[in-house]
Design a protein around this ligand. Structure first.
Ligand code: ADP
Ligand code: MG
Length: 703
């Protein structure tokens, strides 16, 4: 392709078996039957699947594909795929290309090595993958141009338990749709047939020159630097955010856009982020299921495309100490199948009544279940971010803006909101004052902000699947809407009841609303006074997804069973422990085999210089002082290394999952931090030529 002549309209979706392609290639009845399944969840009939499979195969083969894969999302948080070719040998010794409806609908990967948390014994290893026709199949292309027909699937055990991230997401979408529809019907809606959560995840990431990355065992094994003295310059000049994009990065971004567009991912916005070497990409929002699949493709493509440019993409939440980390802004709303955004305030009293009810449901949900939301955004990387004065703090609160807050507070007190005209009153509130169009100058410190027509959950970790936080969000909102619907359905006077609901929520749940600066010191104490949870670590947070309250909620809405919740709890605790274990091993390896030998080499040089200077009776005080200081640090580092070694061995020997994770959090992790202090101090004293790994300045600024 000629540089600069890329036609985005031709490229976009060219590798997707999308609606247009389906319409062209499927018989009318098949197409309509499939749409019924996609849009309304009608059961999939095998005859329909057979026709679709054949059309999909022909399309893929015409494009050059020879293989297909059931693509799924195990609890590792990554995606998994096993490729099968379409070939089927004939008695004459040749092959034909085959792909049946059965093969499309169901796959049986030998997936015994994926975490199942005891849901499935390894002797009955096989889970199965089931086609998710609501997320379109596509062709994944590698750098050599090989194409694979990639079919989004859910991954379950034979007894039907979810072993993946997609299954509960689909279930939670059902739940929220069901109860949102009840509310809409109660308010007189006659046309909506489905409501789905919409999602636009903004993805932050770092890039690093591959030649530096390759020299850092910590980055290779853990995705973050475990050592490194700060560079003379950080992000204090604020010259990186939205700065001009360098040519090398721009080339990478263009390549990335092209890859994503081909697969139908609507990459829209790209810019430099706050920290040096940090960037962001945001797609146009879509249904949360597709957005979750797409976000996996985004993360995968970022890493793949970076390598083509001799770069490495770091998705870790905190690759570098002392500069901002990365997250995902999870932009979430609810939309009806006819395209109404239910969190859009609207212009008529009826619209406003509906808006205020949905807004109230959100507030109630977040206040009641802040602990679960926090847990949904927990991972080891995020422990380094949340509450560390950059990302949102670990306390969940909602930013609504002064205007909306005032309206709600007035309603709570039984006062009328300020009237703007003489339109009829539905729920004691006149047409809402027009919300400021530019709601972008908003509180960037809030973890859960209303941004005009959607909520932005900013706590989501950059490297993780967005499924978890959205499963929580969908389910807690389903519960709140269930409560709202039940009240409306029983009410004699809908408008009165709607007003009462909004009033009750404003009265009971306004403690979760906070429009101030979430980084301010006073907020932690204020939140405590309000009784808002402040859950600081992943290990602590995970418990809130498996306790009685979680079991009650997720089983009631048929999103996760008790067994599924508990297996997830065990898996995530284990993953946490493994994660820190890897970091500790990498840290010790680097100290033993890189840092200590380099420092010893330098002390030998210094000692030799001192003795040579002494031989000619010259003063060697500078050299001697330096030698003393470095030797002290070396000795201290060596002792701390032994401590780390000891606490690590102890943590490894703890059997029970929670206690093991706690040992890693409370003993191993701090011991790593202590060791780092000495090594970083040594880095500032040792000559650059002897330092065995690239510095922060090189990694962050030589791009
Ligand atoms: P920001 O200032 O945070 O970058 P943008 O207006 O650029 O805000 O939007 C960020 C993301 O929010 C985009 O991915 C966008 O598609 C998404 N978004 C916009 N409207 C909605 C909605 N109704 N539901 C979900 N996501 C949305
Ligand atoms: Mg944003």
């Amino acid at each position: 392709m000629n540089n600069g002549t890329m036609d985005a309209t031709k490229i976009f979706g060219s590798n997707v078996f999308n609606d247009k392609t389906m319409k062209e290639r499927l018989p009318k009845e098949t197409y309509q039957a499939l749409r019924e399944t996609i849009e309304r969840g009608a059961p999939m009939i095998l005859e329909v699947a057979n026709v679709v499979a054949n059309a999909m195969k022909d399309w893929a083969i015409e494009k050059g594909a020879t293989h297909y894969t059931h693509w799924f999302q195990p609890l590792t948080g990554k995606t998994a795929e096993k490729h099968d070719s379409f070939i089927s040998p004939t008695p004459e010794g040749s092959v034909i290309m085959e792909f049946s409806g059965k093969q499309l609908i169901k796959g049986e990967p030998d997936a015994s090595s994926f975490p199942s948390g005891g849901l499935r014994a390894t002797f009955e290893a096989r889970g199965y993958t089931a086609w998710d026709c609501t997320s379109p199949a596509f062709l994944k292309e590698d750098a050599a141009g090989n194409l694979t027909l990639t079919i989004p699937t859910a991954f379950c055990s034979y007894t039907g338990e979810a072993l993946d991230k997609k299954t509960p997401l689909l279930r939670s979408m059902e739940a929220v749709s069901k109860h949102a529809l009840r509310v809409l019907k109660a308010l007189g809606d006659k046309t909506s047939r489905r409501v789905f959560p919409t999602m636009g995840p903004e993805q932050e990431y770092f890039l690093i020159d591959k030649k530096y990355y390759d020299q850092r065992l910590d980055l290779i094994t853990s995705g973050r630097t475990l050592f490194g003295a700060p560079a003379p310059k950080g992000q204090e000049l604020e010259d990186q955010y939205f700065g001009a994009i360098k040519d090398r990065i721009s080339k990478f971004m263009k390549d990335l856009d092209t890859e994503l567009w081909k697969m139908g991912v609507s990459a829209k916005t790209k810019h430099n982020e706050v920290a040096p070497a940090q960037f962001e990409m945001a797609p146009v929002f879509t249904s949360v299921n597709i957005a979750t699949d797409h976000n996996q493709l985004v993360m995968e493509s970022m890493q793949k495309v970076a390598l083509r440019h001799d770069l490495v993409c770091l998705l870790h939440e905190k690759p570098y100490a002392g500069v901002n980390g990365s997250g995902k802004h999870n932009n979430w709303s609810l939309m009806t199948d006819d395209g109404t955004n239910l969190l859009d305030p609207g212009h008529t009293p009826h619209d406003n009544e509906q808006f205020l009810l949905f807004l109230s449901a959100l507030i109630m949900a977040v206040d009641k279940h802040a602990d679960k939301l926090r847990a949904g955004a927990a991972n080891p990387g995020n422990d380094l971010r949340l509450g560390a004065n950059e990302a949102p703090p670990a306390i969940i609160s909602i930013f609504l803006g002064e205007e909306l807050t005032e309206i709600l507070m007035n309603l709570a007190k039984g006062k009328k909101a300020q009237s703007r005209g003489e339109s009829c009153l539905n729920i004691g509130v006149d047409t809402l004052p027009e919300l400021p169009k530019d709601n972008t100058d908003r509180n960037r410190t809030s973890p859960f902000a209303f941004t005009g027509n959607k909520f932005e959950f900013r706590m989501v970790p950059s490297s993780a699947s967005i499924s978890g936080p959205n499963v929580v969000l969908n389910t807690i909102v389903a519960e709140a809407l269930d409560e709202v619907a039940a009240r409306l359905e029983k009410a004699k006077d809908i408008n009165k009841e709607a007003a009462a609901i909004v009033k009750d929520v404003a009265g009971k749940h306004s403690r979760v609303i906070f429009n101030g600066n979430n980084y301010a010191e006073g907020w932690v104490a204020e939140a405590k006074r309000r009784g808002l949870p402040n859950i600081k670590s992943t290990v602590e947070a995970l418990g809130y997804m498996a306790n009685e309250s979680a079991v009650k909620l997720f089983t009631k809405y048929k999103v996760l069973t008790k067994e599924e919740l508990h297996s997830r709890y065990e898996i995530y605790l284990e993953q946490y422990a493994k994660h820190i274990n890897i970091e500790a091993l990498a840290a010790m390896d680097m100290v033993r085999r890189l840092y200590i030998p380099s420092v010893i080499m330098y002390t030998a040089e210094l000692a030799e210089t001192v003795s040579k200077l002494k031989a000619v009776s010259a003063s060697a005080s500078v050299q001697k002082n330096l030698l003393t200081r470095i030797s002290e640090l070396l000795e201290s580092a060596s002792k701390k290394l032994d401590v780390l070694d000891a606490v690590l061995k102890k943590a490894q020997s703890v059997h029970e999952a929670l206690h093991r994770a706690e040992a890693y959090r409370d003993k191993v992790f701090p011991a790593m931090g202590e060791l780092r202090k000495d090594i970083d101090a040594l880095e500032t004293l040792a000559p650059a030529r002897l330092w065995p790994v690239p510095s922060y300045a090189e990694m962050l600024f030589k791009l």
